[in-house]
Design a protein around this ligand. Structure first.
Ligand SMILES: O=C(O)c1ccccc1NCC(=O)[C@H](O)[C@H](O)COP(=O)(O)O
Length: 232
């Protein structure tokens, strides 16, 4: 019995924290110094967080050995992903477009990387959109559905109703994303019992302008959320 409790506590306390959309060494270092588990690099030219292949290579080299690197793409071609993977040796491919389950399966086979598939949540029925991805992706990343007229499929600083995830099988390992902030991450983790969280806008002073203090606060609060959840 005790070993189960210890295992559960360990699992709950091993909340993984991803800081996404890092684009310069100074704020990447802030995320690394804060203890982020994953740093996300966005390859999507319309994004204020977009980095070139060369920039991604520099940032990934800086993170190596300190955090896992997630490459974030949107309906990207094999060639672009191959170029980015070769330049960064990224650990995770985060697919944030309309990629089908078959595409997810194929990319995982081609590149041999962990694959996270973003699923947009706007209403209860949207949670079922994750169904076909559980078996092909390593993780589903639940993000808020972009608001009408948004130019980005993610990184919009919009949260969804976390209660919509209440009926998920606890064995399903997902990443909670969408509008999280240092002030909301504790409630978000306690509401969803997420084992991983992801943030971009909530640690920025402006679009694409990451703030080291907000990054540190987010990681600290997320860690405290994991501890308090494990004690419930
Ligand atoms: O961050 C972006 O600019 C972005 C652009 C295009 C597709 C996805 C993007 N971000 C994906 C992420 O993983 C974000 O961290 C996630 O959407 C949460 O963003 P936020 O609500 O701003 O915290």
């Amino acid at each position: 019995m005790r070993s189960e409790r210890v295992k559960e506590a360990g699992a709950a306390m091993s909340l993984e924290v991803k800081i996404c959309g890092l684009s310069e060494p100074r704020t990447l270092d802030a995320a690394l110094d804060a203890g982020a588990d994953v740093v996300g690099l966005v390859s999507f030219p319309k994004s204020p967080r977009h980095v070139s292949v060369e920039q991604a290579a520099t940032l990934a080299a800086r993170a190596r050995g300190r955090a896992r690197v997630a490459l974030l793409t949107v309906d990207a071609t094999d060639n672009l992903i191959a170029e980015l993977v070769a330049a960064t040796m990224a650990d995770i491919l985060q697919l944030h477009g309309q990629e089908s389950p078959e595409r997810v399966r194929a990319l995982r086979l081609i590149f041999g990387r962990e694959v996270w598939k973003a699923v947009p949540i706007g209403e209860a029925a949207d949670v079922a959109l994750a169904q076909p991805y559980w078996d092909v992706a390593d993780r589903v990343l639940f993000d808020a559905r972009p608001p009408a007229g948004a130019s980005l499929p993610g990184g919009n600083g919009v949260a969804f109703d976390w209660r919509l995830l209440a009926d998920l099988d606890p064995k399903q390992s997902f990443v909670l994303s969408g509008g999280l902030t240092p002030d909301s991450v504790v409630e978000a983790v306690q509401t969803t019992r997420a084992r991983a969280v992801d943030v971009s806008s909530g640690v920025e002073r402006g679009p694409g302008v990451k703030d080291p203090d907000l990054i540190a606060a987010f990681v600290t609060r997320a860690r405290s959320a994991a501890v308090s959840s494990s004690q419930r």
